[in-house]
Design a protein around this ligand. Structure first.
Ligand SMILES: NC(=O)c1ccc[n+]([C@@H]2O[C@H](COP(=O)([O-])OP(=O)(O)OC[C@H]3O[C@@H](n4cnc5c(N)ncnc54)[C@H](O)[C@@H]3O)[C@@H](O)[C@H]2O)c1
Length: 445
C-alpha cells in the first residue's frame, strides 16, 4: 500500500512516520521547501520524543520519503491524507483554505482510485467541500476517476504522539462507501492487533467527534480551574478536592488538574471553531463560551498573584520563568500561557530570565530578545526576585530548594502547576503561591 500525507507538521510527520513504521510506503508532502530540505538532512521541524530516531529508521529503510512534489506523490497513492493546518480565521471559524487547496491539488493530479482523507481538524461539512473540490478539479481535466472522501480525525497528544498513534485508544473513521471502509480497515489493521477499536461512522459524526472530544477536555480543565479559584477564596485545598472527586470512576483522575489555563494549537482554536459553527447554525454553545472565558481569565491568574505579592510594584524586578511550552515534552508555543504571563510582566517593566528544555528556540519567534534565555534552570534564578513555574517539565519537579533559595534574591515561588508541596516549602522558608490553595504565609504589607 502507498500513501501520501500532505502537510508535514506535528500531525502529518507523526502520521506518515508511524504508517512507515508498520511497513507502508509513505511520502510526506509539504509546501515549505526548507522543512523538506531539513528533513532530507535528518533535521526535524518539531520536537517530539522518539520521533527523530523513528524517522531516520524508516528513511533508511526506504519506506519514508519527503517531497514538495504533490503531483508525483498523488499519482501513485492509494490513500491521500490531508494534514495541513486549520488555523482560526478572524471570526474564530476554522480557516479551510489550506485543506481545500490540497484537495484541489489532489484532484488535479490523481490518476487512479484513491481515498482522500481529512486528518486535519475540520468542521462538519468539510468533507463535502473537499469532495466538491476534487470533483471540480477532475471535471476540469475531463477525467473520470473514482474516489472516496473519508474523515479520520487525529487524537494524538503532543509529547506522547508516537505512542498515541501506534497504540490508539480508538480510531475514528467517517466513510460513505464500503470501498473506503475496506481500504481504511486494511490501512489501520496493524494498529488494531491489541484490540484497539476502529469506529466507523458517517462523515459528519466523525468530523464532530474531534471537536466534541477537545471541547470536553477543555471543559474539564476550565471547570477545575473555576473550582480551584473558589477553593482559594473559601479556604479549601483544590489538590485534596481533586483527589476526592477523581476517585469517582464517573469523573476519573485525568484532566482535572488545576493550572494556568489550556493552550496549544488545538483546544483554543477548536473550542472557538465549535462555538462559531454552532452560532452560524442558530445555536448557542453556552457551556463552551464559559469554558473559553474561564480559560482566558486563568491565563492571568499567576501574574495577578505576582502583582499582589509585590504590591503592584513590578518595575525593575527580575523574574525567573521555568517552562515556556504550553505543556511538557513539546516545543509547541502556540497559545502558551507563558506568553500571556511574560508579556504582562514585561509590560510592567520587569525583566524575565526563562529556561525551557526544548522550547526556547520556538519562544524566540514571539519573544525575541525581550527576555533572556538561561542555559539551565538554575542560571535563570540568579538574582531573580521570584521563580514562576509555568510548565511542569519533569526536571522541575524536585530541584534542590537549598540552591533555589540561595540563587533567588527572595525565597518566593509562584507555582502555576501545583508541583510542589506547600507545607514543605513553607517549612524551609519559602513564600509559596500555587493554584487553588489559599496562601498560608503572611503577605508583605
Ligand atoms: N498538533 C496537534 O497536536 C494536533 C492533534 C490533532 C489534530 N490536529 C489538527 O491537525 C491539523 C494539522 O495540525 P499541525 O499541528 O500538524 O499543524 P502544523 O502547522 O504543525 O503543520 C501543518 C503543515 O502543513 C503545511 N502546509 C500548509 N499548506 C500546505 C499545502 N497546500 N500543501 C502542503 N503542505 C501544506 C505547512 O507548511 C505545515 O508544515 C490541524 O487541523 C490541527 O487542528 C493537531
Amino acid at each position: 500500500m502507498k500513501i501520501a500525507v500532505v502537510g508535514t507538521g506535528y500531525v502529518g510527520l507523526v502520521t506518515g512516520t508511524c504508517f512507515a513504521e508498520v511497513g507502508i510506503e509513505v511520502t510526506c508532502i509539504d509546501i515549505d521547501q526548507k522543512k523538506i530540505d531539513n528533513l532530507h538532512k535528518g533535521i526535524l521541524p518539531i520536537y517530539e520524543p522518539g520521533l527523530e530516531e523513528m524517522v531516520s529508521r524508516n528513511v533508511s529503510a526506504g519506506r519514508l520519503n519527503f517531497s514538495t512534489n504533490l503531483a508525483e506523490a498523488i499519482k501513485e497513492c492509494d490513500v491521500a491524507f490531508i494534514a495541513v493546518g486549520t488555523p482560526p480565521g478572524e471570526d474564530g471559524s476554522a480557516d479551510l483554505k489550506y485543506v481545500l487547496a490540497v484537495a484541489r491539488g489532489i484532484g488535479e493530479n490523481m490518476n487512479d482510485y484513491c481515498v482522500v482523507v481529512t486528518k486535519s481538524t475540520v468542521p462538519v461539512g468539510t468533507a463535502a467541500k473537499v469532495h466538491k473540490e476534487l470533483k471540480d478539479a477532475l471535471a476540469k481535466r475531463g477525467a473520470n476517476i473514482e474516489f472516496d472522501v473519508a474523515s479520520n480525525p487525529e487524537f494524538l497528544k503532543e509529547g506522547a504522539a508516537i505512542d498515541d498513534f501506534l497504540k490508539p485508544d480508538r480510531i475514528v473513521v467517517g466513510i460513505s462507501s464500503e470501498r473506503a471502509e475496506e481500504v481504511m480497515s486494511r490501512l489501520y489493521k496493524p494498529f488494531l492487533l491489541n484490540g484497539h477499536p476502529i469506529i466507523f461512522m458517517d462523515i459528519p459524526s466523525a468530523e464532530m467527534t474531534k471537536y466534541a472530544a477537545n471541547s470536553m477536555l477543555a471543559t474539564k480543565i476550565s471547570f477545575m480551574n473555576d473550582i480551584a479559584n473558589l477553593c482559594e477564596i473559601m479556604g479549601a485545598d483544590v489538590n485534596m478536592v481533586r483527589k476526592g472527586i477523581g476517585s469517582d470512576v464517573r469523573i476519573g483522575h485525568r484532566f482535572i488538574y488545576p493550572g494556568i489555563g489550556y493552550g496549544g494549537s488545538c483546544f483554543p482554536k477548536d473550542v472557538k471553531a465549535l462555538i462559531k459553527t454552532a452560532s452560524e447554525n442558530g445555536y448557542e454553545m453556552q457551556v463552551l463560551k464559559a469554558v473559553e472565558n474561564v480559560n482566558d481569565a486563568q491565563k492571568e491568574v499567576l501574574f495577578d498573584k505576582v502583582s499582589k505579592h509585590f504590591g503592584g510594584e513590578l518595575s525593575g524586578k527580575k523574574f525567573a520563568v521555568w517552562g515556556l511550552s504550553f505543556k511538557p515534552k513539546t516545543d509547541d508555543m502556540r497559545e502558551a500561557p507563558s506568553l500571556v504571563i511574560i508579556e504582562k510582566l514585561l509590560a510592567e517593566g520587569s525583566t524575565v530570565s526563562a529556561y525551557d528544555p526544548v522550547a526556547m528556540e520556538e519562544a524566540r519567534h514571539s519573544l525575541g530578545d525581550r527576555i533572556t534565555y538561561a542555559k539551565d534552570p538554575f542560571e535563570a534564578l540568579v538574582d531573580a526576585d521570584a521563580l514562576l513555574v509555568v510548565t511542569e517539565w519533569p526536571e522541575f519537579r524536585s530541584p534542590s530548594f537549598e540552591v533555589v533559595g540561595k540563587l533567588l534574591k527572595d525565597k518566593v515561588i509562584f507555582d502555576g502547576r501545583n508541583i510542589y508541596d506547600p507545607a514543605e516549602l513553607r517549612e524551609i522558608g519559602f513564600a509559596y503561591h500555587c493554584i487553588g490553595v489559599k496562601t498560608a504565609h503572611k503577605e508583605p504589607a
